[in-house]
Each structure stands twice: as C-alpha cells, then as structure tokens.
Design a protein around this ligand. Sequence first.
Ligand code: TYD
Length: 133
Amino acid sequence: MIPKIIELPKIYDKRGNLSFFEHPNQLPFEIKRTYWIYDVPGGETRGSHAFKEQQEYIIALSGSFDVVIHNGKEEQRFSLNRSYYGLYIPKMFWRKLENFSTNSLALIVSDHTYNQDDYIRDFEEFKKLANEK
Ligand code: TYD
C-alpha cells in the first residue's frame, strides 16, 4: 500500500453540497478515532512522525495545507485544498503537515485509538526501520 488521494462522492445541491466516506466503500479501514487540527498559526508544522501500525486518512475540510510524505528514501508532497478528497496514508510513512492557510481545518481519521507507543518521532530511526523492510 502507498499513500494515495481518495476522492469522495460530492452530492451537488443548490442548498449546499455534501460529501461523505464510509468503510469499506471509500475508506480502506474501519475508523477507531477522529481528530482535527485547527487554529494553526502561519508557518507552523504539525505531524513530523510516522506510525508503526496506524493508518490515517486526512482531509482539508476547509482551507488548504500540504502533507509531505517520506517513505524512507524519497519525499512526496500532496496539496489538500478541497473537502471532497483526502490523502490515505498507510502505516510506516513519515508525514508532516505544513503551509496551513488561515482558518484551515484538517480532519484526520485513524484505524487505531491514540497510542503513544505507535509513534516513531525520530526521522533517522524511521529511515532505518523503513529501509530494513
Ligand atoms: P501529536 O501527535 O504530537 O500532534 P501532531 O498531529 O502534530 O503530530 O499530539 C499532540 C498532543 O495531543 C499530544 O500530547 C498527544 C495528544 N493527542 C491525544 O491525546 N489524542 C490524539 O488522538 C492525538 C492525535 C493527540
């Protein structure tokens, strides 16, 4: 599995549009946790870690930001700026979120509950582990 943009249904409506995701139709995993990142001051970066087991799906519900992914060898940048698609990130990919626009809102769903032990917070350690595989 590699990080990929997953497009969501967009139900156009003159009363306002609607999008959604559910497992297994749009999401490749069952959701155990939802969190969101907001009020990010200009120039700040969030994330900067990898997960040993956890998978996530990230949407820019409002505004825009970039998700920079590293697989241990190379970097890939995804710009998220629509509420009808998001980035799926499998386990064992380093990620950082940056370039947040004013009032941006990042919605993240995960297949794990919060577990500090699942984090890899040291990039050198991540590269070592990723390249062992
Ligand atoms: P952290 O994972 O470092 O944030 P980032 O998304 O920038 O990597 O989490 C910041 C703090 O929030 C940390 O003290 C742990 C706490 N936290 C939870 O308690 N539950 C959660 O689901 C998340 C994502 C974080």
